[in-house]
Write a protein that binds this ligand. Structure first.
Ligand code: AMP
Ligand code: GLY
Length: 434
């Protein structure tokens, strides 16, 4: 199967490894890919923004399947362009990708389909926003969200009224350009956060979905969930104390109305939806939609899936997803991010990496090859990923893998999955205080 994979990060390297390891033989092309992905296929010289260039290449070379990793090209209409050329695409049209591309659009959608979520109001005028913040009754922190895409930096939890006002001004002043000219002011939710991925295949004639195992990301840079937010410092899945009946509840409250809403609004969907969920005291609440796979959740999901990935994604892309569940490896998978010095601020690039022969899977997120040697080339550099019988042994295996990889300034969290492990060991459920 000839596959075009769009993207260049750890998510795409993890997918590339899984695609190439599948029973179906794969000829892989990537745009733009990375040096690590280049070891598995051919990298094409197209930037993610070059929608026309990628469509032109694909129209000429006719991949059997195109997979779009990041949100940027989805929101910009890459899937529409590829479909217009008659190609099978795993990835949503721009209309559907607005669920991630516009937080106010997503919020209105949630309200229309009675999907439980935080109370919020959308503002684009400073005086109006200031008045709302001054009269705020929903408690603190006030959650401020830039409406559009802001590379994961568009959400601020303001602990005080002053901070909320300052953030509002900065957003409306164009901190993220057009993306922050509209701001969502949202009530805070408290509880346990999780990432629920759902493969969706929806059009006017059918609405099908299949849920993937729930994962948990760790957004803060430091152990104990301290320090600034990052793109994610590590993830694991499934969540050991989340029972089948909890997943059923989540499905009925959040997934089913989402899929129904897509169909009712004529939003075709052939790809993945990633629901950011807060399991609050009164049940699961939807924080946000992403129209793509999470990073580093993908690195976990690829370890868990026991499927011929090219065929599974092609089923979705061709609108013939028809199964109750996906086959999974038993046990638990984990992925720990090794980040560069300076991350999440300005990461130190070009630092040589010592990689031995780790006993776990080494996924390249932000590396490049310089004179035959791997060097750092991004904030999140490497994701060590593995799978084991349970979360405790998966954590242990990562610890062993860490012995054979190092560079000066490398930072990582040793507590990925630890809080969940303790929660499970104490016999607690998702309804107990997190
Ligand atoms: P992002 O993935 O960059 O949109 O980050 C959003 C993050 O902000 C989520 O992962 C949550 O941790 C946090 N967040 C978003 N909305 C709320 C909310 N209403 N209450 C509490 N935390 C929130
Ligand atoms: N890991 C969170 C995200 O991909 O948005």
């Amino acid at each position: 199967m000839k596959i075009l994979l769009v993207g260049s990060g750890g998510r795409e390297h993890a997918m590339a490894l899984k695609l190439k390891a599948a029973p179906t033989p794969v000829e892989l092309f990537a745009a733009p890919g990375s040096d690590a992905v280049g070891d598995l296929g051919t990298c094409l010289p197209y930037r993610l923004e070059d929608i026309a260039g990628i469509v032109k290449w694909a129209a000429e070379h006719r991949p059997d399947l195109s997979i779009i990793g990041p949100e940027g090209p989805l929101v910009a209409g890459l899937a529409d362009g590829l479909r217009a050329a008659g190609l099978a695409v795993f990835g949503h049209d721009a209309n559907t990708a607005r669920l991630e591309g516009s937080k106010s659009f997503a919020k209105d959608f949630m309200h229309r389909y009675r999907i439980p979520c935080a109370a919020s109001v959308s503002v684009s005028e400073l005086h109006n926003g200031e008045a709302i913040i001054s009269a705020w009754t929903h408690g603190y922190p006030i959650v401020l969200k830039a409406d559009g895409l802001a590379a994961g930096k568009g959400v601020v939890l303001a602990a005080t009224q002053e901070e909320a006002l300052a953030t509002l001004r900065s957003f409306l002043d164009g901190q993220f350009g057009e993306a922050s000219k509209t701001v969502l002011l949202e009530a805070p939710l408290f509880g346990m956060e999780l990432s629920q991925h759902v493969l969706v295949d929806v059009d006017a004639t059918h609405a099908r979905y299949v849920m993937l195992p729930p994962c948990q990301d760790h957004k803060r840079i430091f152990e104990g969930d301290k320090g600034p937010n990052t793109g994610g410092m590590g993830a694991f899945g499934p969540i050991p104390f989340l029972k089948a009946e909890d997943s059923t509840l989540l499905r009925d409250a959040l997934v089913v109305p989402t899929v129904r809403g897509l169909q009712q609004e004529g939003l075709n969907a052939r790809g993945v939806l990633f629901l950011g969920v807060m399991w609050a005291a009164d049940g699961p609440r939807l924080l946000e939609y992403n129209c793509r796979f999470g990073d580093p959740e993908t690195q976990v999901l690829m370890q868990l899936l026991n499927e011929d990935l090219p065929q599974l994604l092609l089923e979705v892309a061709e609108g013939r997803l028809d199964r109750e569940r996906v086959k999974l490896n038993p046990g638990c998978a984990i992925s720990v991010v090794l980040a560069a010095e300076g991350y999440p601020g300005a990461p130190k690039m070009g630092v040589p990496i010592d990689v031995g022969t780790p006993s776990v899977t080494v996924i390249h997120a932000g590396t490049k090859k310089l004179d035959g040697r791997w060097v750092t080339n991004g904030g999140r550099v490497i994701n060590l990923s593995t799978h084991a019988g349970n979360l405790a042994s998966a954590r242990q295996r990562i610890q062993e893998g860490l012995d054979s990889i190092h560079w000066p300034g490398m930072q990582y969290r040793k507590d990925i999955g630890l809080r969940a492990l303790r929660h499970a060991e104490a016999g607690r459920s998702v309804r107990d205080a997190w």
